[in-house]
Design a protein around this ligand. Structure first.
Ligand SMILES: [Zn+2]
Length: 237
């Protein structure tokens, strides 16, 4: 009996262990019940994190797109062709936007009073003419489009199509027409000092990263229409 008693006493620990096991299984069951919720919570957190990362990278892509895609082609911005009725003849072969004519002629007169003789080389150019210039000269000079675009705009991308651009030379130094050396003429020095008074601005300065320096090429920004047309260019430069 005593032995039995002892045995029954010995039996207690296994019973306790069973109780302990029961306690573990209850904990396990509780975990089983809670685990789907934990999984759900975890998944939601992960999804939210992924979404935030995607939004962040999309934002970066959009921002990059704004920087890289301002509709330039080979560094040139697109320009629509001026309606024919807005064009006026200022020289036998030179037409410009009617809004620019008075300022341009006043600038030439003012220069003349100062002993500077400005000569107008090129004003409005149709997209068709620009097409000829870009493609025929490109092949003549055996240049690829990228190289050619540094010195000439592709058709549809020239400021000359707007009627608000004018190429200017020095009447006393015609050998500098369309040449970088034009910057050493009295005409250029006078323009740098005075053109802004007549609302003219040098379009392609030395620090232009896309297009070669063109000291002869000026554009008019003396009207709302002109400012609107060149708004993109002014914003990016
Ligand atoms: Zn030009």
């Amino acid at each position: 009996m005593e032995q039995n008693k002892d045995l029954s006493q010995v039996d207690i620990p296994p019973a306790k262990r069973i109780y302990l096991n029961n306690s573990n299984s209850i904990l396990f069951k509780k975990l089983l019940i809670v685990s789907p919720f934990l999984c759900l919570l975890f998944s939601l957190l992960v999804l939210r994190l992924i979404r935030n990362i995607e939004i962040g990278s999309l934002g970066n892509i959009n921002f990059q797109a704004q920087i890289n895609h301002d509709h330039r082609i080979l560094g040139h911005l697109p320009y629509a062709e001026i309606p024919k009725e807005k064009l006026v003849l200022i020289e036998p072969n030179i037409q410009v936007h009617i809004d620019m004519r008075d300022s341009l002629l006043e600038m030439r007169d003012e220069a003349k009073k100062n002993g500077i003789y400005l000569v107008f080389l090129s004003g409005y150019r149709s997209i068709n003419l620009q097409n000829e210039i870009f493609y025929s000269l490109k092949s003549l000079r055996n240049q690829e489009a990228v190289e050619r675009a540094r010195v000439s705009a592709p058709p549809g991308y020239s400021e000359h199509s707007t009627g608000f651009a004018i190429d200017i030379g020095d009447a006393t130094q015609r050998e500098t027409d369309f040449e970088t050396e034009f910057e050493n003429t009295d005409a250029f020095r006078w323009l740098i000092k005075n053109a802004a008074k007549f609302h003219f601005k040098l379009s392609f300065t030395k620090d232009n990263k896309f297009i070669d320096y063109e000291p002869w090429h000026w554009r008019y920004e003396g009207s709302i229409e002109a400012l609107k047309i060149f708004e993109s260019s002014n914003r990016k430069s």
